[in-house]
Design a protein around this ligand. Structure first.
Ligand code: DQA
Length: 145
């Protein structure tokens, strides 16, 4: 059976395509979902793709992943820089986590340089735009072999 990856997207990523396209690119969240599903098929992963603007909803989905997923790919968006709750949930669940950012957060404002998620992720990809999701899924497929 294919291993299952829960792909989570945090706040404002529903606006991809129209949101600061010079920073985040022209692809919509639907395009990112299509890319993730296609990549999943190529590397033998089933992909459950979600987005929420609510921290608590993301925490609940992470908790539920104990029963429904083998790994988590997360772009926590702004919650990367603020959320101890998401950090704690990922740690509690103990699944392999890949963290993705479309933009190079280290090249941007100082408040984006720290992510609470990075300490509980086995790898972090940033700055490669939507390709980062593809790279992270490939890395997760290797990790889950
Ligand atoms: C982001 C970077 C974050 O700093 C920002 O708050 C986002 C998106 C990215 O994908 O580049 O919303 O996670």
């Amino acid at each position: 059976m294919a291993k299952r990856v829960l792909v989570l997207n945090g706040p404002n990523l529903n606006l991809l395509g129209t949101r600061e396209p010079d920073i985040y690119g022209a692809a919509t969240l639907k395009d990112v979902e299509t890319l993730c599903k296609q990549t999943g098929e190529e590397v033998g992963l089933s992909v459950d793709f979600r987005q929420s603007n609510h921290e608590g909803e993301l925490v609940t989905w992470i908790q539920d992943a104990r029963k429904t997923a083998d790994a988590i790919l997360i772009n926590p968006a702004a919650y990367s820089h603020t959320s101890v709750a998401i950090h704690d949930a990922l740690k509690a669940v103990g699944l392999p986590v890949a963290e993705v950012h479309l933009s190079n957060i280290h090249q941007r404002e100082a408040f984006r340089h720290h992510s609470y998620v990075s300490a509980v992720a086995f790898g972090v990809i940033c700055g490669f735009g939507v390709t980062g999701y593809r790279l992270a899924l490939m890395a997760l497929a290797d990790k889950l072999k």
